[in-house]
Write a protein that binds this ligand. Sequence first.
Ligand code: ARG
Length: 464
Amino acid sequence: MSDQSNSNAMWGGRFASGPDAIMEAINASIDFDKRLAAQDIAGSRAHAAMLAACGIISNSDAEVIREGLLTVLSEIETGDFPFSRALEDIHMNVEARLKDLIGEPAGRLHTGRSRNDQVATDFKLWVRDQLDAVADGLRALIEALLAQAGTGAGLVMPGFTHLQVAQPVTWGHHMMAYVEMFGRDLGRVRDARARMNESPLGAAALAGTSFPIDREMTARALGFDRPAANSLDAVSDRDFALEFLSTASICATHLSRFAEELVIWSSAQFGFVTLSDRFSTGSSIMPQKKNPDAAELIRAKVGRINGALVGLLTVMKGLPLAYSKDMQEDKEQVFDAADSLMLALAAMTGMVSDMTPNADRLREAAGAGFSTATDLADWLVRELGLPFREAHHVTGALVKLAEDKGCDLDELTLAEMRSAHDGINQEVYSVLGVENSVASRQSFGGTAPGNVTAQVARWREVLG
Ligand code: ARG
């Protein structure tokens, strides 16, 4: 059908015709990998400077290339760049435009490299930027949680197991549980960044190159710690994207759990927390409604982020070394996961900063459901020397009695208390209040207000 003039300008030398429209549609990645433009140009600038420093291209060619690349970058930034699907991807779009701008020297840029090491480099640089952005997002969220924990260190609320009231805890302690989770996420981000920071550039197609290139130089210029040591691995490694996605999935899981709590807590039935108008929405039919949509969407985002992880794991499984075009399918899901995570982090930070715990309601709920029964059992052990199992049994009998009477534990008379164990005295009432309960839990990691304050101070120091 088509003659050779339609074949690809970059690699069409041995082709008699251009690609079928369907071939072009399945092959082209420019619609999404244009997001790598800045990284692609940074990689090319580092490569060109290195080629000149190693005497592989002339200094004057390198200078013309550098200026041309800066022009391309500004065209892309201002939206004036003529992206072309026929040119497949960002790498060939940039190079073709460079040729329009500077002519022959553009053709020397691709010496000693391939699109395989180029795309690995670009994508790594992009993921590295995302890791930095996620770290910033996590720090902001942790700060917001620390503020809540600081002001609510002594605020009593129910702690749950099985979503049944278990023991009183403090609001601050609950907030700090999420600080621990997001703190571990921050650690995973740092670990992933440190491990991924090796440069693939100069691995060329798969085997390295016969040109006397300096991979240390390009690695340094691009902020990598060192060049990747094996060219086959360098072009076929997507662990950095997988680690980004697994880190993102775990973080999104934490966000989703917290979001679920906010949905429950903000319901009329619970009334534990009031979300700000800024992070709530109304109903188009029920005027009285104030919905926790941000929390629900955060709860859901984990679905697409986990999907991206499983998607890329599936793309990579079974791929032989080195590069296969399958790997072009790595980008869209990482882009989507990164956007979703950043949005979820920002929305959660906004919600947490704005929300108000409802102290009265929390305190009332904290005392419900015989939540100080464990304190009673502990008192029997501590004061009367009962073995814990027996204390558990005695307390169970008192819970049953209170349940039958329809009252709380601290509303039982001393005579009623003594009916379960005759050693019980007036002192027992001192541990039945929720404030006393939380104040007594000073064991390391426990919910006592003093512990919370100390942990808030420690985290403020950690964050610097
Ligand atoms: N657009 C390609 C990708 O994203 C660039 C690498 C192409 N390499 C190749 N040998 N065809 O993976």
